[in-house]
Design a protein around this ligand. Structure first.
Ligand code: CA
Length: 366
């Protein structure tokens, strides 16, 4: 009996040593050390700068290596109004839309809207003016974010998303904007509406509308700024493909991987460019050789931006369980690492933002 226990204990020690040995070959090993961020290694979904930007930034380095810029583009081309133009915006009746430079909300220009004295005035943005709008699928879910401040407002303002400009046209969404001139509201985070900003009427004809209250009021003057409109289904990822063997110092196995890299907010300011509010990563594992692309089967892991990202490089890290296909051909990739400057998992998270990244690392941790 004694010997039995001894063998049992010894075999247990032997097994645990084996497991430790197995992991030790991976511990501390950056499996993607041969794939720093670059346009060649990490392929952008869209290389036309319509929906995203992926480019080297030679004025910023991390450990002597140039940073890369990852950006989700604002589909409203002058959403921060900093060019001074209000292209795409219009009003009905005696509505007045002007470029506000005296007391702008953000930057040096805002949109001022005056809907006073007429119960049928409204201000609107025709969504067909968005970049590439003619090519949106009818199923496109739009995320709309903006900053709002009442100036002299004596009633709440109905903000709506409609198929046309009259109150009988189909409405996908509506909220009441506060009349309290002491506050600045940032939407959608300050929205209490439960259906959020998931707006989808089919994309033939759509309008973002600031409507009048039912009865005319004397004072209806407010400011709008930093309007950011994005599509959750847009091509906004950079992707790195890896084969099971040959690309990495050790073969890729099923397990939990730690994906990490350095981030900082974009240091090069430009009109209509915003700090990333949230970035995301995913790892896809379903490769379709017939079309030579991965299915987006990996769960999306969002990472909220922190204030420290504005002052310098910070490390971000996500642990992701990955099942590697056992049946793949040796020449086919088995893993696709994806990074986005926004988080398309929800219209509440989706945003137009720009981030600098450097020094990617992938480690098998368990
Ligand atoms: Ca502005």
């Amino acid at each position: 009996m004694k010997n039995f226990f001894l063998v049992f204990i010894l075999s247990g020690i032997f097994l645990s040593c084996q497991i430790q040995d197995f992991l030790s070959e991976y511990r501390g090993v950056n499996l993607i050390e041969n794939f720093p961020f670059s346009s060649a290694n990490w392929q952008a979904d869209d290389s036309t700068a319509t929906y995203m930007l992926w480019e080297e930034e030679s004025s910023v380095q991390y450990n002597g290596v140039n940073a890369y810029r990852l950006r989700t583009v604002n589909l409203m081309s002058n959403g921060d109004f900093e060019t001074g133009a209000i292209t795409g915006w219009a009003g009905t009746g005696t509505a007045a839309l002007t470029d506000e430079t005296g007391s702008p909300l953000r930057g040096t220009h805002s949109l001022k809207i005056d809907l006073s004295d007429n119960g049928s005035n409204l201000a609107y943005f025709d969504m067909s003016n968005l970049t590439d709008a003619a090519n949106y699928p009818d199923s496109a879910s739009m995320s709309v974010r903006f900053v709002y401040k009442p100036e002299t407002v004596s009633a709440t303002i109905p903000m709506e998303y409609r198929a046309g400009l009259t109150n009988t046209d189909e409405k996908a969404y509506g909220i009441s904007l506060s009349a309290d001139s002491n506050i600045t509201l940032v939407f959608p985070s300050d929205s209490s509406a439960s259906n959020g900003f998931l707006w989808n009427l089919g994309f033939a004809s759509q309008y973002l509308i600031f409507n009048s209250p039912a009865s005319p009021v004397t004072n209806m003057v407010f400011l709008i700024d930093d309007v950011r409109i994005t599509r959750t289904d847009a091509p906004i990822w950079v992707r790195l493909r890896l084969r099971k063997e040959g690309d990495t110092p050790q073969p890729l196995l099923t397990g939990t991987y730690r994906l990490s890299f350095m981030v900082r907010q974009d240091t090069v300011s430009a009109n209509n460019v915003f700090d990333a509010s949230r970035i995301s990563v995913r790892i896809n594992t379903y490769y379709d050789s017939a079309v030579d692309s991965f299915i987006d089967n990996g769960g999306i892991y969002g990472i909220n931006a922190e204030s420290s990202w504005s002052s310098g490089w910070q490390s971000v890290s996500t642990d992701i369980p990955v099942v590697i296909s056992a049946e793949s051909s040796a020449s086919d990739p088995v893993m696709e690492i994806c990074i986005s400057a926004s988080d398309p998992s929800s219209v509440f998270y989706m945003d137009a933002g720009s981030i600098l990244v450097a020094s990617p690392s992938l480690e098998l941790i368990e």
